[in-house]
Write a protein that binds this ligand. Structure first.
Ligand SMILES: [Mn+2]
Length: 330
């Protein structure tokens, strides 16, 4: 679908639901709030309903507290009766966890705007392009091309937060001259890079940094020395009082070791294991995630495995990562 077809859908409908993936990041939350502002500007009814609670370091983005946490009793009817459901920063309906059935069964038009690989084709209205740095950048282009609404200070803040975080503060591969030109236009709206960075990355609870200490202490290197991995257990969470969302970004420390090409974070869930993969430029860790029922981007991916034990799955995944590196050299 192109931007003008999307514009038409927004203009021709009245009631909208906006949602994103489980454990939302700033790209998800910022994109939602930007789309919400656009819809509000063109006098539409919009609600943001998310499966997960907003992480506390992103709450400043939702200063009017419009994001609702999913409650089946309250929201299943709303999802059923809405005209359009806009899904952001995800391209598989299962990423909405317990909202999936309500969304799948709703007769609403489903619009998907995303930049991940391997989309599930659940709708004819999809803008999915993994050449984009972030979902926020797609929203930027949509606004820029269609001029459906005004790029105001709030939208600029949301999109800046989305783009800054998904580019690793403007260092990942999709950080292009064009992207910087777009971001310059966001800054023209008076957005403060210092303030947004500070809110997202420098206002954590002490418990999060204590957990980071445990994570760093758990670091191990694989035989080849090219894979570094850390492990977070439920016990560490309990000890420190940190949240699952606090581990966002920890995995990047694995790549900050000389000679390491793949970084992995193993997070023990109550009923399984969550694994995050990161890699240096030419190593496709999306392949690794796909091998273990997950997905994502070339350099950043992940998976959730249920009914497996950490100590059993960890050596298997480390070995698969070694294999990927061996094959990648050929
Ligand atoms: Mn994203």
């Amino acid at each position: 679908m192109d931007f003008f077809s999307l514009q038409k859908i927004l203009e021709e409908n009245t009631d909208f639901i906006i949602t994103c993936h489980v454990n939302p990041d700033a790209d998800a939350i910022g994109s939602e709030l930007a789309v919400y502002d656009i819809l509000t500007q063109i006098k539409k009814n919009a609600r943001i309903i998310n499966y997960s609670k907003t992480p506390y370091n992103l709450e400043f983005l939702d200063s009017n507290k419009v994001i609702e946490k999913y409650d089946p009793g309250k929201h299943d009817e709303v999802i059923k009766n809405s005209g359009v459901i806009i899904l952001l920063d995800l391209n598989q309906l299962s990423r909405t966890v317990k909202m999936e059935n309500a969304i799948r069964n709703s007769p609403a038009i489903k619009v998907c705007i995303d930049h991940h690989t391997e989309p599930e084709n659940f709708s004819e209205y999809m803008i999915v392009d993994n050449q984009y740095s972030s979902t926020g950048e797609i929203i930027y282009d949509f606004l820029d091309k269609t001029e459906i609404a005004v790029l105001n200070h709030n939208i600029a803040t949301q999109l800046y937060a989305a783009i800054m975080t998904d580019t690793g503060s403007f260092r990942f591969e999709r950080t292009t001259p064009e992207l910087h030109r777009k971001v310059a236009n966001l800054l023209e709206q008076g957005v403060s890079p210092y303030e947004i960075y500070d809110q997202i990355y420098a206002q954590f609870n002490l418990s999060r940094n204590k957990l980071l200490g445990h994570a760093l202490a758990s670091l191990e290197l694989s035989k080849s020395g090219k894979i570094a991995y850390m492990t977070i257990t439920q016990d560490m969470l309990k000890k420190t009082g940190a949240f699952e969302s606090d581990v966002d970004g920890f995995v990047n420390y694995c790549l900050e070791i000389k000679g390491v090409e793949i970084g992995m974070l193993f997070f023990e869930l109550k009923d399984g294991v969550k694994v995050s993969f990161r890699s240096k430029l030419d190593v496709p860790v999306n392949k690794l995630a796909e091998k273990f029922k997950g997905g994502g981007h070339f350099n950043a991916s992940g998976t959730r495995l249920f009914n497996v034990k950490l100590n059993e799955i960890q050596p298997q995944i480390v070995e698969s990562a070694e294999e990927l590196l061996r094959n990648n050299k050929n």
